[in-house]
Write a protein that binds this ligand. Sequence first.
Ligand code: ATP
Length: 235
Amino acid sequence: MLLTVTDLHASYSGIRALAGVSLNVAEGEMVALIGPNGAGKSTLLNCISGIVQPSAGQIRVEEAELVRRPAWAIARMGILQSPEGRQVLPNMSVLENLQVGANALHGRRPTHDLDAVFRLFPILQERQEQLAGSLSGGQQQMLAIGRALMGGPRLLLLDEPSLGLAPVIVQQVFEALAQLRRDGMTILLVEQNARKALQVSDRAYVIEHGHVVTEGPSRELAQDNSVMAHYLGTG
Ligand code: ATP
């Protein structure tokens, strides 16, 4: 396993967000985390990337323990997050944002150069001189993913990449994710859009109230009516 999370707990000022989550992601696998609002999905990603400190549990990438490492050190290991809400650098150009992403490489081998990011998201090439803050929401989302790719991810953490985007753009983002999966990128994907997340991923975990309530191959979960009805809405 590339990533192994064991019995992870986290809370915010005493409010429990994760209550003993265990999961794993193998190299080259795309794993989806799905479940209702407030289930703890973002908290889990933020614990892995070092933004939130868990109160107990382990997060291992191969043999390295991530808990209590600073976020910058985790990024330099190639554990790279494209955060919810995108958070591109608005006053820098598209090109500069992508170049900043490459800082995380820190001597590791790149997985994607500029051309590769532009092949995945051609609109970024067209807009490369434009300020990131002037892009549409969908283009900013593509830029946030492209920036993470420039850092040579060993594990790419994606938090709600389709949130707030028009359906045609959601489709483009998911097509890019499918391409990344075919390329063998290891991805942990948090998504509200369960149907799409289950279409694109290999396996999934359903999280509710800080617990894993169901897990399995995505194809099986997508056909499980009780999962779709109870946990996921219609997507
Ligand atoms: P969403 O899709 O709404 O982001 P989620 O499954 O990602 O949901 P989290 O954002 O991880 O869930 O939230 C888990 C719980 O922790 C929720 O009860 C939420 O209100 C709470 N929470 C999240 N972030 C904070 C914070 N910074 N301060 C206090 N409570 C928080």
